[in-house]
Design a protein around this ligand. Structure first.
Ligand code: NAP
Length: 295
């Protein structure tokens, strides 16, 4: 540790997002070590970043004050929480950056607080680039004073941390984000497929449109890759599909069906069946191009 305000931190889950966060925490001096379910992935990361690996989630929790989790879905979060519980103690904090249901966040919080530790739901936005560059936007539910204590450490991975309210409100905010991501994906892939059919120079289209009122993050970061037929994640379609399923449940509890969510889930279902689940969500461009070849 190089700064006394930094909290000894461990990262559980070295996927697309977790690797970027762990690498930035290592550079800042806050990383005590990491753990990943697939050991070979953890070893490759440790070799590249010269970091310590813990043998299991329990020993990571025992050796760290702040435990950051980044796993795929609701059941995965509850599994790793159960695996780390016996390493927790009074004052330790579990901060989950995965995207899960608000109710799952509240359940994880119950399990963690039963051990005298604290839980914050802290989903992030900004994509794999945000994780690599340390510029994620983080929306946090839970105790505000606990979050304030973590802020100097979190500056390694975020450039914006917003306290939203009690546990679960971070995930509710992330759901808002994911509905917008669905609509933006629909709009950008459809518009660029249309542009291609007009015979336009699509790189010029992306530059000029991106500088005007329709400019947005997704167009800037995924426009050129999709027209170049590259769909490396990024953000896997299977994960966004999982988020939209969560949102569908949350909307159903209010007696509502959200049109953009339903349309995108239907598109994603067929893309999943066609084997595109591990590609970036911009793979929706395939379907939009098909609109023209079917016509
Ligand atoms: P990813 O690349 O698929 O990585 C998933 C990670 O979770 C891997 O380290 C995986 O371990 C681990 N994992 C999954 N199930 C597990 C279990 N049951 N027990 C232990 N570890 C488990 O996913 P990602 O893109 O990093 O996303 C992680 C989370 O962040 C997701 O909730 C996603 O929705 C959210 N998110 C992603 C983005 C993005 O742009 N990618 C942006 C914001 C938020 P293995 O290596 O063993 O498989």
């Amino acid at each position: 540790m190089t700064d006394s305000n930094l909290i000894k931190t461990g990262v559980i889950g070295l996927g697309t997002m977790g690797q970027g966060m762990a690498a930035n925490l290592q550079r800042s001096g806050a990383l005590a070590g990491a753990w990943n379910r697939t050991r070979s992935r953890a070893e490759a990361f440790a070799d590249e970043h010269n970091c310590t690996l813990f043998d299991d989630p329990t020993s990571l929790a025992a050796g760290c004050e702040l435990i950051i989790t980044s796993v795929s879905a609701d059941n995965d979060l509850l599994q790793v929480v159960d695996q780390l519980l016996s390493g927790l103690a009074l004052g330790k904090v579990v901060l989950d950056t995965s995207t899960v249901n608000s109710e799952t966040a509240r359940e994880a919080a119950r399990r963690v607080t039963d051990r005298g530790a604290l839980f914050l739901d802290a989903p992030v936005s900004g994509g794999s680039e945000g994780a690599i560059n340390g510029t994620l936007a983080m929306m946090v539910g839970g105790d505000a004073a606990t979050l304030d204590r973590l802020r100097p450490t979190l500056t390694a991975i975020t450039n914006s941390v917003t306290h939203m309210g009690p546990v679960g409100s971070g995930q509710a905010t992330k759901a808002v984000n994911q509905i917008m991501v669905a609509g933006i994906n629909q709009a950008v892939t459809e518009a660029l497929a249309f542009g291609q059919q007009q015979g336009l120079d699509m790189h010029k289209v992306i530059e000029v449109v991106g500088g005007g009122a329709a400019g947005n993050w997704f167009l800037d970061h995924r426009g050129k890759t999709m027209v170049n037929n590259s769909f490396t994640p990024g953000f896997k379609l299977a994960l966004h599909n999982k988020d939209l399923e969560i949102i569908r449940q949350m909307a159903a509890q209010l007696g509502v069906e959200l049109p953009i969510v339903e349309m995108t889930l239907a598109d994603y279902r067929s893309l999943l069946n066609e084997g595109h689940g591990e590609e970036d969500i911009s793979t929706l461009f395939h379907h939009k191009r098909d609109l023209f070849s079917d016509g």
